[in-house]
Write a protein that binds this ligand. Structure first.
Ligand code: ADP
Ligand code: MG
Length: 439
């Protein structure tokens, strides 16, 4: 047997005439080719299937299927269609040569053999075949690389757009919050004085009433029409409720400013509960009761957490993405239910925070929505994967979240799901490597 690795090429000779097959094979082996032989078309096809050669020398006239048919069948299989086939024809058989070339052969050699010529033809076709394969291989490789790059670019572009949007929106919200903050502070600051003045005035009136029990008719009428008694009682309450109102506005503004912290470039020691609460506040319009939907109940089970080092803006975005998905899931489940089932169903989101050890915190966000089917669970973190209708889902929320948690913060983002609902577990380190902080 010829050593296949050192041979000039791996050939298959298909010829039913033992003598002519042997002679040709012998010559080729001497020229350092690795030669196998087949006696008919079908066994040739079988050999090619098992262990494809680099070139086939094919006799035309054979029992069973002839050379042309063998050639056609080999060419029909895309796995070996590229293997060059050289026909062996009689020296005066022009017809066969033409038919052979039509069947897909690359060349022919004639009997009796002119060995030097035959070998140079084999040599040329082997070289062409190998060159072709290398090229094909390179093209395939490049195509795959290009495809990967295009995908990466698309993802990156989408994330940039999303990031831009978030940061533009963040800036807008921060700006609006800032603008609201001033007048609200102004109102609240003056309310304190107003309360004092009103109290003084009321005391004064009380004194007048005490020291001037008999008033004239005009005054009597005015007191009555103003319903002074009620006014005295109600005015302080009214001022108090105005203060409650401005307090609430101030809280909303604080949440907005907290949520929209746009300074992504700085790691800060952050209270995660503040982030969660701000996010919930912003989402509250979606979780509260609607005419056709009951309220989403939020159950907070907050543990004692240390301040953690993180980029607050992006971390809030992660909370937003996960909480928004939970709300979507609950809506979807609610909408798919019968009126009767709805009576029994309390859409709920549980938010639990714990500090499992000194170096980590864990935030679990669970819902009692439909859950995530096992067969798509591994896909939800892929860019652009969404099960939501066009216009509603973009499929980047989870992929961005994973990037923020895992790549940016060296944390973990896990997903569990059952028929009871979905659960996302975010694990974050309490401190970040020094390197990032200076970046
Ligand atoms: N809490 C959840 N319950 C059920 N499915 C979820 C939940 N969170 C995420 N998913 C699934 O993960 C997919 C990807 O989520 P995401 O990346 O945020 O994209 P989008 O929300 O735009 O679809 C969603 O389309 C949904 O199928
Ligand atoms: Mg989403």
């Amino acid at each position: 047997m010829t050593d296949r690795t050192d041979s000039n090429g791996r050939l298959l000779v298909v010829d039913d005439t033992p003598v002519s097959a042997e002679v040709l094979s012998e010559v080729l082996r001497k020229a350092n080719y690795d030669v196998r032989t087949a006696r008919d078309g079908l066994s040739a096809i079988e050999i090619v299937k098992q262990d494809p050669p680099e070139l086939i020398l094919l006799d035309v006239i054979m029992p069973g299927i002839d050379g042309f048919e063998t050639c056609r069948r080999l060419k029909a299989n895309p796995d070996h269609a590229e293997i060059p086939i050289i026909f062996i024809t009689g020296s005066d058989d022009t017809d066969s040569r033409v038919q052979g070339l039509e069947a897909g052969a690359v060349d022919y050699i004639t009997k009796p053999f002119e060995y030097t010529e035959a070998i140079s033809r084999i040599e040329v076709h082997l070289r062409l075949y190998r060159l072709n394969r290398t090229l094909e291989h390179q093209v395939e490789e490049r195509t795959a690389q290009l495809r990967e790059t295009v995908e990466e670019l698309q993802t990156m572009q989408m994330k940039l757009i999303q990031g831009e949007k978030m940061s533009a929106l963040g800036q807008l919200v921060a700006g609006v919050a800032h603008e609201i903050n001033n007048p609200v502070n102004f109102i609240q600051g003056n309310l304190v004085h107003a309360e004092n003045y009103v109290n003084d005035l009321l005391t004064l009136i009380a004194l007048y009433q005490k020291h001037t029990p008999n008033v004239n008719e005009e005054l009597e009428e005015a007191i009555e029409s103003a319903d002074l008694e009620f006014l005295q009682e109600d005015l302080p309450k009214l001022l108090k409720s105005m203060r409650v109102g401005t307090d609430r506005i101030r809280n909303i503004v604080k949440s907005l400013r907290n949520f929209s912290r746009t300074d992504d470039s700085k790691i800060e020691k952050t209270d995660i509960h503040d982030g969660l609460d701000s996010t919930l506040m912003i989402l509250s319009n979606r979780t509260k009761a609607k005419p056709d939907r009951s309220e989403v109940q939020i159950v907070k089970i907050y543990g004692t957490l240390p301040l953690i080092e993180c980029y607050p803006g992006p971390i809030n975005q992660v909370f937003m993405n996960i909480l928004a998905n939970a709300t979507d899931a609950l809506e979807e489940k609610y909408d798919s239910m019968s009126a009767m089932a709805r009576e029994e169903f309390q859409p709920t989101i549980w938010i639990e925070t714990v500090s499992p050890d000194d170096d980590h915190i864990e935030i679990t966000i669970a819902d009692n929505g439909p859950g995530i089917p096992a067969k798509i669970r591994h896909q939800i973190f892929d860019s652009f994967f969404t099960t939501k209708p066009k216009g509603k889902g973009t499929g980047i929320g989870m992929s961005i979240s994973r990037e923020i948690v895992v790549d940016q913060h060296h944390g973990k983002l896990d997903c569990q799901s059952s028929s009871m609902g979905a659960k996302f577990i975010i694990t974050l380190p309490v401190s970040q490597p020094q390197l990032d902080r200076d970046a």
